[in-house]
Design a protein around this ligand. Structure first.
Ligand code: AMP
Ligand code: GLY
Length: 426
């Protein structure tokens, strides 16, 4: 098959790597990174250049297009590829609003009866502040639209909540993404990522995963795109996946189909497991990054076959085969991330890290230049290992990380520790 993967992060490297397990597949990455360029042909087309991507797919006779990030999906890449008769694994622009607009997602959750945090929506700063004062802290303030992962402020005090409203609605730090703002009830509990492959009518659950969003150990510091992930998450074992799909995925699919837009692709529920049961924090309409990296390491089924089954509406007849082993990935970042960070740092030791270990180093932000591998992003690598359990997977990933050198690099030392503590306590 000829496959085009769109995007340039660790998730896209993992998808390319998975497709290339079948050597007969020819894979292109747009634009790709220093990790995909050995496995796929990188093209210079940006992930949001929809007409150029369609032209490329047509010219190269692509059999399957796989957008990694949300942006091309919200911009309508699936609609555009479908108009050109090219199979594309992902929702149409209407369904992608589940991620692109948090108020739309709330509307669907309410319609579908999915448990989620109570919430009010505002377009007026004064009204929003009045409401925040009436509710009192803690509160969660969310920009409605896409804000590069920075549109959510968990405010522990009223002052923080009011300041966040001022920044979003007054100073417009996220631009039009915060024309509408949500003020949400603060929930407590453990977070789990729950992803399903969807074919418009049916959903096939993937094993659970847990991301680590805060930048520093012990879940402190600002939120990032994700500092590491592992699968399965003991909080959501395999025998609860079907029940969870019934609660948070299938009702949404029914709503979307009822609106004339059946959901196809990955539907990802970010869950908070509260004392009052699971609640949905957000939907994503694509694989998570870094959750995709451990998931791809575990998946034994052919990914292209599964994706085509979704596109053709027959996922219910497919079976998901994956290793029972645990996979865990730790993200190596450039210092300063998620704020500004330096680029161009030389990375060495990858061959040693991967040799005879089964470890795969997925690249998130790298480029090859004059025979050297240089960093080019905030999240540079995701060092991903398998192990017979969470402790073993953690040891294997951190063991491999020790062999990798990058000046000005840092990573969390506790990816997986929450899961290990949960297993000890239960
Ligand atoms: P979101 O993009 O909506 O998933 O929000 C990003 C992060 O903010 C989540 O992963 C949570 O850690 C936190 N968060 C979001 N909504 C809430 C909420 N209602 N209560 C507590 N924390 C939240
Ligand atoms: N890892 C969280 C996300 O991809 O949104």
């Amino acid at each position: 098959m000829r496959i085009l993967v769109i995007g340039s992060g660790g998730r896209e490297h993992a998808l390319v790597w998975k497709f290339r397990q079948h050597l007969e597949n020819t894979v292109f990455a747009a634009p790709g990174n220093g990790g995909t360029d050995g496995l796929a042909q990188n093209t210079r087309i940006a992930a949001d250049a929809i007409p150029e991507l369609v032209d490329f797919a047509r010219r190269e006779k692509i059999d399957l297009v796989v957008p990694g990030p949300e942006l091309p999906l919200t911009l309508g890449i699936t609609d555009a590829m479908n108009r050109a008769g090219i199979p594309c694994f992902g929702p149409d622009a209407y369904c992608a609003r589940l991620e692109g607009s948090k108020s739309f997602a709330k509307e669907i959750m309410v319609e579908a009866g999915v448990p989620t945090a109570a919430c009010a929506t505002f377009t007026n700063l004064v009204a929003a502040k009045d409401y925040a004062r009436k509710q009192g802290a803690p509160l969660v303030i969310k920009a409605d639209g896409l804000a590069a992962g920075k549109g959510v402020v968990v405010a522990q005090s009223l002052e923080e909540a009011l300041a966040a409203l001022d920044e979003m609605m007054g100073k417009k730090i996220h631009g039009a993404a915060a024309n509408t703002v949500l003020i949400e009830e603060y929930l407590t509990g453990e977070e789990v990522s729950f992803l399903c492959l969807c074919d418009g009518r049916e959903a096939l659950p993937l094993p659970s995963a847990q991301d680590h969003k805060a930048v520093f150990d012990g879940d402190t510091g600002p939120n990032t795109g994700g500092m590491g992930a592992y699968s399965p998450a003991p909080l959501l074992p395999d025998n609860q996946l079907e029940r969870m799909a019934d609660l948070v995925i299938r009702p949404v699919m029914k709503s979307m189909a009822g609106r004339g837009h059946p959901f196809t692709g990955v539907l990802y529920a970010g869950l908070m497991l509260t004392a009052n049961g699971p609640k949905v924090l957000e939907y994503n309409v694509r694989f998570g990054d870094p959750e995709c990296q451990p998931l791809m390491l575990r998946l034994e089924s052919d990914l292209a076959t599964l994706m085509l089954a979704c596109i053709e509406g027959r996922i219910a007849r497919e079976e998901l085969v994956y290793t029972r082993a645990t996979a865990l990935g730790v993200v190596l970042c450039a210092s300063g991330y998620p704020g500004s960070y330096p680029g161009g740092m030389e990375i060495t030791g990858l061959d040693e890290a991967e040799k005879d270990t089964g470890v795969i180093v997925f690249h998130g932000g790298t480029v090859h230049k004059e025979g050297r591998l240089l960093s080019s992003g905030g999240r540079v690598l995701c060092v991903t290992a398998l192990g017979s359990g969470l402790v073993a997977a953690q040891q294997n990933a951190y063991g491999a990380l020790k062999k990798i050198c990058m000046p000005n690099g840092f990573y969390r030392r506790d990816i997986g520790t929450k899961g290990i503590n949960f297993l000890q306590d239960n």
